[in-house]
Design a protein around this ligand. Structure first.
Ligand code: UGA
Length: 431
């Protein structure tokens, strides 16, 4: 199929690269001309394992093209995906300016039937507005369809998630749109959930909110575990084996971050408010998540007593492993709070430090984990990167001023570390 993806951000690039890998002719569009120039050379502006290879392979095979003209893309494609950003406004609502702008541009450039698909995460009923916008700005009487096809990929494993999803959701209102999307996704072979547009839009917000709820739930349980001597990892394992609950998203820690959960929860709470429903459950999920960061900061204060002038080694900054993304990373809040108390920070993260240097004044960026430990009064684990699992703890012990590890991701076997002489503090376990 000839398809276009408008918006070459995270979702747009992965979607474009994967659709071209499946044999389609794909045009990725972005109004950032500098980004397009780089992408044409196969240079990818985000860190996502496997994406650069996929893009350069498909550029070579001429199945993938990067341009900045929506006009050209609309002319050449039967199916047009909208994958532009929907950032949060100050009141938590999603800013849909980008979506409206693209819908208008598609309308004025449409010369024949087109299927316009929302890929961006949008509030329920955005599809209606996209349709209305196209109807308003279209020049001639041309048939078109609007559909919703929310994306469920996770940063760090986006290509795997795209190619092997648990399900594909498409919200349509015509047989023609259903047929086009069914054919497009056929090679993936995943269960297809076909709904109306509003339900598809809601599935996305409901899914992300539910996953965030699982995380806040287990974080709340972790607080009770610490008071009672229970171990949250065991509780989570025991709960997760119940198929009705499932083991995913039950790792206690310093709370969720990233560009999706915090934003989507804010948006969903506002959407609910607009319908007249006070979504108190999600407000609590958000509150527990915020508290979890403060709770961790208090753990550090309890262990160090005086934070002022202490040197704190930190491993991990990105909001989760395998990404360089630091948007809403819990680590940022923790670092700011410690600096406010007068601590000196030594930081190591495998991928996100380059992006951060301007943001974190006064932080010493280290070449490896051991440099972050050297001369530090304690070591914090803030992201569970694989490379932190296999550290040389003898070397760490010698490097630290004091053998204190405070683990915000429950990465290590506490018994083992304690036997090696560490004071090891984690989440949801009695220390
Ligand atoms: C999330 C969803 O998982 C995707 O399905 C969705 O497509 C995406 O948002 C989106 O809306 O675009 P992502 O933000 O990449 O994906 O990251 P997740 O892997 O879901 O992790 C989110 C946060 O939850 C991270 O900070 C992670 O550390 C935290 N988390 C996750 C926990 O604290 N505990 C867990 O058990 C799992």
């Amino acid at each position: 199929m000839n398809i276009s993806i408008i918006g070459s951000g995270y979702v747009g690039l992965v979607t474009g690269a994967c659709f071209s890998e499946l044999g389609n002719n794909v045009i990725c569009v972005d109004n950032d001309t500098k980004k397009i120039t780089q992408l044409k050379k196969g240079l990818v502006p985000i860190y996502e394992p496997g994406l650069e290879e996929l893009i350069s392979n498909n550029l070579k095979k001429k199945r993938l093209k990067f341009i900045s003209s929506i006009k050209e893309a609309v002319y050449a494609s039967e199916v047009i995906f909208i994958a532009v950003g929907t950032p949060s406004l100050e009141n938590g609502e999603a800013d849909l300016t980008g979506i409206e702008n693209v819908a208008r541009n598609i309308a004025i450039n449409m010369a024949g039937y087109r299927l316009i698909v929302e890929k961006s995460t949008v509030p329920v009923e955005t599809g209606k507005w996209v349709k209305h916008t196209i109807q308003t700005y279209i020049k001639r009487k041309i048939r078109f369809d609007v559909a919703s096809n929310p994306e469920f990929l996770r940063e760090g494993q986006a290509i795997h998630d795209f190619m092997h999803p648990d399900r594909i959701v498409v919200g349509v209102e015509s047989a023609k749109a259903k047929e086009a999307l069914t054919n497009l996704y056929k090679p993936i072979g995943a269960p297809l959930v076909v709904t109306d547009i509003e339900s598809a839009e809601l599935i996305k917000h409901a899914s992300n909110s539910f996953l965030a709820t699982k995380i806040s739930f287990i974080n709340a349980i972790s607080r009770i575990c610490e008071k009672t001597g229970a171990d949250v990892t065991e509780v989570s394992r025991g709960m997760g084996l119940d198929k009705r609950i499932g083991p995913g998203f039950l790792n206690a820690g310093i709370g969720y971050g990233g560009s999706c959960f915090p934003k989507d929860l804010d948006a969903f709470i506002t959407i609910a408010e607009k319908t007249g429903y006070d979504f108190t459950l999600l407000k609590s999920v958000r509150e527990i998540n915020q508290q979890q960061r403060l709770f961790f900061i208090n753990k550090i204060k309890d262990a160090l007593w005086i934070v002022k002038d202490k040197t704190i080694g930190i491993l991990g900054l990105s909001f989760k492993p395998n990404t360089d993304d630091i948007r809403n990373a819990p680590a940022l809040d923790i670092i700011y709070a410690l600096q406010k108390e007068g601590a000196k920070i030594k930081l190591y993260d495998p991928s996100s430090m380059k992006k951060t240097k301007g943001l974190l004044a006064g932080v010493k960026f280290c070449r490896d984990p051991y440099e972050a430990c050297r001369g530090s009064d304690c070591l914090l684990i803030l992201t569970e990167w694989d490379e932190f699992k296999e550290l040389d703890f003898n070397k760490i012990k010698k490097s630290l001023k004091r053998s204190l590890i405070i683990d915000g991701r429950n990465l290590y076997d506490g018994q083992k570390l304690k036997k090696s002489g560490f004071n090891y503090i984690s989440i949801g376990k009695k220390s």
